[in-house]
Ligand binder design. Sequence first.
Ligand SMILES: Cc1cc2nc3c(=O)[nH]c(=O)nc-3n(C[C@H](O)[C@H](O)[C@H](O)COP(=O)(O)OP(=O)(O)OC[C@H]3O[C@@H](n4cnc5c(N)ncnc54)[C@H](O)[C@@H]3O)c2cc1C
Length: 381
Amino acid sequence: MANSERVSVEVVVVGGGIIGLSIARQLAVRGVQVAVVEQTRIGTGASGAAAGMLAAQVETEEDGPFFDLQVESRRLWRKWAATLPDETGMQLGYREEGIYRIAESEQEARQLQERLAWQQKKGFGGAWLDRQALKAQLPGLCDDVYGALYVPDDHQLDAALAVEALRRSVVGHGGNVLEGAHVLGLLQNGSRVTGVQTVGGIISASAVVLAGGMSVPLLLRPLGYRLPLMPIRGTVCALYPHAPFLKRTLFGTGWYVTPKSDGRLIVGATQEEGANTREVPVGALVTILQRAGKMLPELQRLPFHSAWSGIRTGTADRLPVIGPVPGVDGLFVATGHFRNGILLAPVTGEVMAGYILNEAHPTLDVRPFLPERVLESGAES
Ligand SMILES: Cc1cc2nc3c(=O)[nH]c(=O)nc-3n(C[C@H](O)[C@H](O)[C@H](O)COP(=O)(O)OP(=O)(O)OC[C@H]3O[C@@H](n4cnc5c(N)ncnc54)[C@H](O)[C@@H]3O)c2cc1C
């Protein structure tokens, strides 16, 4: 786009992370003219840093609409993993081996068994492995384990590959993905949003979706809205075993180890609240490697490959924000996906496409994720 250019689409999505791209895809497959506008390159935010676990059951402590949202998204990923490779000519590194949630105390073992019980009651799979059964499957684990919840249906993928596949899918369905296009502000006519002002010019649209992670509040502020979000840095590293080392993901308290399709083992992750720069503190690396290395001592002998960090976006209740902005026609928000944004991308795309096209989701209760839960009015405009 040249500086003074003006283009027109039906929907503009601000932010080329996995959330923005999934929303754009679900609109594009329905024939909506959509443009994703990304300030740098797609996937350079949290999405490109993620470990790619689709841990709907393993990560959820209680039943409710958030659990339902996650398992629905996991179901959609399974579908997308089958269709996106044909659509885009690329694999997602999708792996179906399941995830172990390791118990590191008796109390944790009890809690995980309770979790398994309510999840099984709802019809989801899983098994409890006591210490002996677990050690028989994973002899490399230390003796200080109290069993594990094994969830066969919690899968994983390569987040960076998924981002690129979604970009191709959007473009393949007639959408646009503009990179290097920083959105400076929203355009309005009365109470209606009419597009966005980018560094390269104006994009007119009848709907705008703000999916820029931590930057969403900046674009809402001139409208008089405050959206309190917290940056939570995650530091991870990759090891590169010479021979296959681990088949399934291990997930513990404050650590995980997940084997990727390209041979790397990703070890994560810190949760550094308030940290909003993407540096890799040595202390953070030491912490995750010590935690994981204590549980899986052989890990300490593996060759180091690389380390990086990403900024998760968290709301106060750690639930995502998905839906229309009250009082501003045509404006929608999708942010706050914290540590589950890769998992939640398909369902967020589906729910948001429904809001924009006035179609209610047929099964899910998505009201708990509406923006009014967290939006505060009265910010300086
Ligand atoms: C270390 C780590 C590990 C993780 N592991 C997992 C995991 O295993 N499973 C899981 O489900 N989730 C995981 N997550 C969480 C997941 O990565 C995030 O929830 C998800 O990526 C959020 O996606 P997003 O599209 O909202 O944000 P982002 O990926 O941050 O994308 C937002 C995009 O908006 C762009 N943008 C911002 N402002 C503007 C503007 N004004 N104009 C144009 N563009 C703009 C940014 O450049 C950015 O590309 C992990 C996160 C981290 C950090």
